[in-house]
Unconditional design. Structure first.
Length: 263
């Protein structure tokens, strides 16, 4: 399956999103980006279904369930951080990202995650490897190497006492990275952290747009992304939110008992 044209489209679209994010008024950037990306998909791939976080909440066209291909997009993952960054330009707010994923059937096939404030691009096509591009550098293939000394990572809003018990059990350092979900997952893909755990009882909503594009990159880098009980995610489902948590691991055995926790 040749998806090079789709990959070029997704990367170009992520840079168009960047232009909108950094252009003038900081209000409602996520809606502006969402609308523009919807236009681009509709123009270039009119037969494909489309799920965009900001647009699907109020108008979910369920005819998408009958389409073989679905673009699944988070226009600004970490929109709160993006607003703070545009007001202060502090590095700690620079991890917001644009997610553009493509699912065929219910399987994620192509993923682009672009972090515009850091000029970091991650992309992958199924069975073709995962790549990272930083500013002024050529694409570098990502092959995940597990470092047992690297920490388990928790987004701040997802941290709780049970998570602390998990960290202590594997003698890992606790690292709070903030609530930018996509970049937390990319940290696993490039080996900065060996796992990212979002417990099922976390109140933060996790939608298909949060995990579609990252999941392709993680899988192609050699990592594993499942719900908290070891089940793989399916996409373009009627219910777009995932309530069984997300566990992203560098490899099997990093948290060998992760699926043994009772539902």
């Amino acid at each position: 399956m040749n998806l090079e044209n789709e990959l070029r489209f997704a990367i170009k679209a992520s840079h168009i999103a960047e232009e909108i994010i950094f252009d003038g008024n900081v209000e409602k950037k996520d809606m502006l980006v969402a609308s523009r990306l919807a236009e681009l998909v509709s123009k270039n791939y009119p037969e494909d279904a489309l799920i965009i976080e900001e647009l699907v909440k109020d108008n979910d066209d369920l005819s998408r369930l009958d389409q073989p291909r679905t673009w699944i997009i988070d226009p600004v993952d970490g929109s709160g951080s993006s607003l703070k960054y545009l007001q202060s330009y502090e590095e700690k707010f620079s991890y917001f990202a644009v997610h553009i994923g493509l699912a065929i059937g219910h399987e994620p096939i192509l993923g682009v995650v672009y972090v515009p404030a850091r000029k970091e691009l991650f992309y992958a096509i199924k069975n073709q490897g995962a790549y990272q591009v930083t500013e002024n550098e050529l694409p570098k293939k990502v092959l995940l190497k597990t470092d047992l000394k690297s920490p388990i990572e928790f987004a701040g809003s997802m941290y709780n006492n049970r998570n602390e018990q998990l960290v202590n059990l594997v003698e890992a350092e606790r690292q709070i990275h903030g609530n930018v979900f996509g970049y937390c997952l990319m940290s696993v893909a490039i080996g900065k952290t060996k796992a990212h755990v979002a417990r099922p009882e976390c109140k933060t909503e996790i939608g298909e747009w949060d995990i579609c594009a990252p999941s392709v990159i993680i899988n192609e880098a050699g990592g594993i992304i499942t719900d908290f009980y070891g089940d793989k995610f399916k996409f373009n489902q009627k219910e777009l939110y995932r309530t069984d948590g997300v566990c992203t691991q560098a490899s099997n055995g990093i948290i060998p008992w992760i699926s043994s926790f009772p539902k």
